[in-house]
Design a protein around this ligand. Structure first.
Ligand code: ADP
Length: 498
């Protein structure tokens, strides 16, 4: 079996820190890489070794595949963990790593390339009895053909980029006369974002939920799933709050989805940790969307309910070990939620909010986990994903996980920049979220920035008093310290007055 006692982490931020922690618990040394913008980042300090890569833009640092492989060899690492984003779903990189005699902690290059193309992925899974969203058989480039297919499946339809990711290159089309124009827009968006303009058509599910299944496979043919994650709270097709399990799945649907997800893994010879994404309609019919061939941002909620450490499992699989448990050994324990804390201002259409983390104090206490890559006094770099942290809670049931999340949001102290914490509080207190009756349109249906302002929220009387006092120039005694922390009205300042 391959020996691994040192891993190079080809990533940064919270996920690099996350990987260092599991490696350390396994007595494995780590090599971090970093750009100019990340000189003082925790992942650099926490790793056993750190190697400078270059200037801040990722094309000159975190994406330098040849240099990364060279560094791994120089430093005596046997394996490379790509995290998520950057090189994690780059089949060419995975192949190069193997060619250099190193282990890529992830699936084989073929699985990555098949699942990296939504059309190839559909083609690969269709013989395995996996339900697919009705749509075109392959790529379409003739608008007339597109209009014909759209009419056949029925409007509204979704035009999607085959190489799509991050919600880009997707257009909803309501009427036949709009097909041509929307197709041209989707194609050019796909070309500029992914260098591949191929698009296809799918039935648009009008009230969908995004439900995905975490899978884990070893090199001996064993495959298990770690149940589902509900990721329907999205903004611009991007997940913001995730939970496990979903509030609406029945045990029967869960089991059927799990089996189908394992079939997807089988269809592409999957090895390691991966995620099969499904879209679900109001009748709990579900359809395969795509498979993500890496560790997902939202993996902690699955860890919290399953008791497994997915990074450790990835490393063990990479070492050639067989999974040490079977499907029947896995049980759902309680409920877990994750809120992605972004450096964005929810009161101004989620505009990026960059600057210094003047105050940065994490919440603590029972059932709270914070995965982050920042510290007080650090700047949030403009070059990378604006996620500061993942705030994760676990409780014996959904109600306790929600209560803990609200308590943790209240304890979280961030000033100097605006964050999505107040938005998270809004969602968690919303009756639609609490009832479990929501879909991917939750944000556009229910959220308005005005709803975040304290004077509109009847329950935040003390916060409103503080707000009023600030305006009229009085400083209530209790808030002197908060006033010193700057004029920004961050969530914790509001919450602390309650
Ligand atoms: P990406 O790879 O860009 O993330 P996905 O195929 O995973 O694209 O879809 C992202 C999101 O877009 C889904 O979570 C869902 O909200 C929405 N979506 C995708 N396909 C459909 C569909 N056929 N009908 C309705 N919504 C969809």
């Amino acid at each position: 079996m391959p020996h691994i006692d040192k891993i190079l982490i080809a990533n940064r931020g919270e996920i690099a820190v996350r990987i260092i922690r599991s490696a350390r618990e396994m007595n494995i040394k780590t090599v971090a890489i970093y750009s100019e913008a990340d000189r003082t980042a925790p992942h650099v300090r926490m790793a056993d070794e750190a190697v400078f890569m270059g200037p801040p833009p990722s094309s000159q640092s975190y994406l330098l595949s040849d240099k990364i492989i060279e560094v791994a060899k120089e430093r005596g690492a046997q394996a490379i963990h790509p995290g998520y984003g950057f090189l994690s779903e780059n089949a060419g990189f995975a192949a190069k790593v193997a060619k250099a005699g190193l282990i890529f902690i992830g699936p084989n290059p073929d699985s990555i390339s098949v699942m990296g193309d939504k059309l190839k992925a559909k083609e690969a899974v269709k013989d395995f009895g996996i339900p697919l969203v009705p749509g075109s058989e392959g790529a379409i480039d003739d608008p007339k053909e597109a209009a014909r297919v759209a009419k056949e499946i029925g409007f509204p339809v979704l035009i999607k980029a085959a190489a799509g990711g991050g919600g880009k290159g997707m257009r909803i089309v309501e009427r036949e006369e709009d097909v041509e124009e929307q197709m041209a827009l989707a194609t050019s968006e796909a070309k500029s974002a992914f260098g591949d303009g191929s698009v296809f058509i799918e039935k648009y599910i009008s009230s969908p939920r995004h439900i995905e299944i975490q899978v884990l496979a070893d090199t001996h043919g064993n495959r298990v799933h770690l149940f589902e994650r509900e990721c329907s709270i999205q903004r611009r097709h991007q997940k913001v709050i995730e939970e496990a399990p979903s509030a609406i799945l029945t045990p029967e649907v869960r089991e059927a989805m799990g089996k189908h997800a394992l079939k997807c893994a089988e269809a592409c010879d999957y090895v390691g940790a991966g995620t099969v994404e499904f879209i679900m309609d109001e009748q709990l019919n579900y359809f395969f969307l795509e498979m993500n061939t890496r560790l997902q941002v939202e993996h902690p909620v699955s860890e919290m309910i399953s008791g497994l450490d997915l990074v450790k499992e990835q490393i063990k699989v990479a070492r050639g070990e067989a999974l040490s448990f079977r499907q029947s050994d896995l049980k759902i324990n309680g409920h877990s939620l994750e809120l992605r804390v972004y450096a964005e201002d929810p009161a101004s259409n989620f505009l990026p909010s960059t600057g210094k983390l003047e105050v940065y104090k994490r919440p603590l206490g029972p059932g709270v986990r914070v995965d982050d890559g920042f510290e007080e006094g650090m700047d949030v770099p403009v070059y990378y994903d604006p996620m500061i942290a993942k705030l994760v809670t676990h409780g014996k049931d959904r109600a306790e996980a929600i209560a803990r999340m609200l308590r943790a949001i209240q304890e979280y102290q961030i000033s100097g920049i605006e964050t999505t914490l107040p938005f998270g509080k809004f969602v968690l207190e919303h009756p639609a979220f609490i009832s479990g009756q929501f879909d991917t349109h939750f944000v556009s249906k229910h959220f308005k920035p005005e709803l975040l302002t304290p004077e509109l929220d009847a329950s935040t009387t003390a916060a409103a008093a503080l707000f009023a006092a600030t305006i009229i120039g009085e400083t209530p005694k209790k808030t002197v310290q908060q006033q010193q922390n700057g004029p920004a009205f961050s969530a914790w300042k509001l919450n602390r007055t309650r």
